[in-house]
Design a protein around this ligand. Sequence first.
Ligand SMILES: *Cc1c(COP(=O)(O)O)cnc(C)c1O
Length: 487
Amino acid sequence: MTEPTIYELSSAGRTGVRFPEPDVPLTHLPQSLMREVLPLPELSEVDVIRHFTHLSSLNYCIDSGLYPLGSCTMKYNPKINEEIARLEGFAYTHPLQPESTIQGNLALMYDLQETLKEIAGFAAVTLQPAAGAQGEFTGVMIIRDYHRSRGDAKRTKILIPDSAHGTNPATSAMSGFEVVPLPSDARGNVDLAKLREVCDDTVAGLMLTNPNTLGLFDENVIEVINIVHQAGGLVYGDGANLNALLGIVRPGDLGIDIMHFNLHKTFSTPHGGGGPGSGPVGVSAHLADFLPTPLVGIVEKATADLPPLYGFIKPPKTIGRVKSFFGQFGMFVRAYTYIRMHGPEGLRKVSEYAVLNANYLLAKMGDVYHLPYKRTCMHEFVVEGCWPDIPEIHALDIAKRLMDYKFHPPTNYFPLIVHEALMIEPTETESKQSLDAFAEAMLAIAKEARETPELLKEAPHDTPIGRLDEVKAAKELVLCCWLPDDK
Ligand SMILES: *Cc1c(COP(=O)(O)O)cnc(C)c1O
């Protein structure tokens, strides 16, 4: 065969496996599928192991260091979660098994539904959505069907504060609603005067990220909710990131009608490249009938000798299914493990430490990086990554330089309402030492910005790939190691 040119490591004739002689008669396969003619790399086992081990170490991850990506809650993923998710009864069940054979799994799902209800103050929870954004879609469909079921057809608008997460307007628009932006006031809260002005009988609802993407808890949240309710609208709470609220505030108690949780943020299941998301949705009693089908319920109560029998139930006015089968079961096991390991007091501590850590970092950095809304933050905060006296330095330069200091950059250029935003969320799982090290790096970079700005402009210096042309990288994506002949 011809030597493949597309592999850097391949060496003709080298192999990592030897197949036994076939013990069945040979048949004819299409020539083009034969191993001999496919351009496969030829490598020994040790070549392959070294290659993939090397690749795995090129990626920054929460197991390698602090990952202060605001809004994304890159908290440590406890390894006990993985151990429990690998128990045979969880790992080897099949979604098409008869219900009688998966009673343990159903019990876990039922308990997780009940626990999330309790944590956030809702009457019912679906575990089905596979991401925060899909939870939002589910919630907005429920809002639509709720109004329709009352014969209220003219509600076509959803209000979105400018401090909302970007998925909120995207979800509303995708679901066929008109998005009405709401400005923030000088303290970073929803502007109440503006809210009153736009609230009328065409408003289907408001989507509220609280704490908002500035890391601020809306000081008038009850009033915001009341204004929307008085106009006949519903309030959707974006609970992707509950890291400031656990055991302290229950969104349902505030009057929020619907909310999604991100198990892959608040409840420590892996995300990013590490695993699928899970975005359960909780609703107040008046919306419980609209939840996606199926929910897990108790179909036969426990008796003196027998445990309850769990099964699937269909809410009477369900919006339908939003996901095949029952959602991301492996993530339910991990999140449930996390919740039970912490218990109610532990969860409250999670939030107390998340808020403490964010405010500690802010206190260390806030004199050097400009904080546009001067308030105590919740689990994250947003500073400006720029200074008026050195206009050539941008948030992007700071983010890239942080990589030289071996930290993952914070979220930048989001939220849009802060100029050159750097959105920092340390999470509760970082120690004082790692917070200090991060703050020192941020302060050192601020000094370099004035003294040796080229260090920022040329960063990162020792990552596998240097600074990319971000537009080109997005528009002309190259995902393989070889370029077609004409490039
Ligand atoms: C992450 C996040 C979302 C979206 O969640 P996905 O799982 O990424 O779809 C929505 N809102 C907020 C506030 C978030 O932080």
